[in-house]
Write a protein that binds this ligand. Structure first.
Ligand code: URA
Length: 214
């Protein structure tokens, strides 16, 4: 039985380096969210999308995953295009955007310096991912964005990362008849280098949608 709640406290104390970074951001940008970003979406989600960690000026600023940074434009744009998000995405948590059948979370909930969480921080945050997964009664598919999310999802199920090597479009079977689908992260770097094109991203999102029965 996992005693960890699915969402960490906004001022989660678990990772000293991330707390120090959060406090530094709170001093320089006191109007920002500057906390552990909660998951966003449908509590009846059949599809859980797992990102890496809040960007400093994205979810760390706005308080909603992928909201306000470059990666969010592609993620929310694609969710809208394939019918899993409704309303207008204005990169602002009060834009009224709603997800239907899907939820977005992060492997690490607090913004890490240079977008790079340490292995210890990823491990410390995993109980929240485990609880988030356990609290979704209709969950069928987890879409991992990037290798860190892929590995953390595998470990959250007690699997070694070697059970499924990360790659774009890779699929793995999870317990309870669930599936893991993985994608290159929709980061600015990956899209600008064309490692990930909007077409590739839409195709993998559609595959996850279909597998989840949405
Ligand atoms: N914003 C997030 O919330 N997660 C990511 O992985 C990237 C940007």
């Amino acid at each position: 039985m996992n005693a960890t709640p699915p969402e960490p406290a906004r001022q989660c104390p678990l990772c000293p380096r991330l707390v120090a970074y959060r406090e530094q951001n709170a001093r320089s940008e006191p109007t920002w969210f500057n906390g552990a970003a909660p998951s966003f979406g449908d509590p009846e989600a059949r599809l859980l999308i797992v990102g890496l960690a809040p960007g400093r000026t994205g979810a760390n600023r706005t308080g909603r995953p992928f909201t306000g940074d470059y990666a969010g434009d592609l993620l929310y744009g694609t969710l809208k295009k394939i019918g899993l998000a409704h309303g207008e995405y204005r990169a602002d948590p009060s834009d009224g955007l709603a997800l239907r059948g899907a939820m977005i979370t992060n492997a690490v909930r607090c913004a890490p310096p240079e977008n790079k969480p340490t292995p210890e921080e990823i491990t410390a945050c995993r109980p929240f991912l485990e609880s988030r997964i356990a609290a979704l009664p209709r969950l069928r598919v987890i879409l991992a964005l990037g290798s860190i999310a892929h590995e953390s999802v595998l470990r959250a199920h007690g699997y070694k990362p070697s059970t499924s090597k990360f790659g774009h479009g890779v699929e793995a079977v999870l317990p309870n008849n669930r599936s893991l689908v993985s994608s290159y992260h929709c980061s600015r770097y990956n899209t600008q280098t064309r490692r990930l094109t909007p077409e590739m991203f839409e195709a993998v999102m559609l595959r996850a949608k279909t597998l989840s029965g949405l």
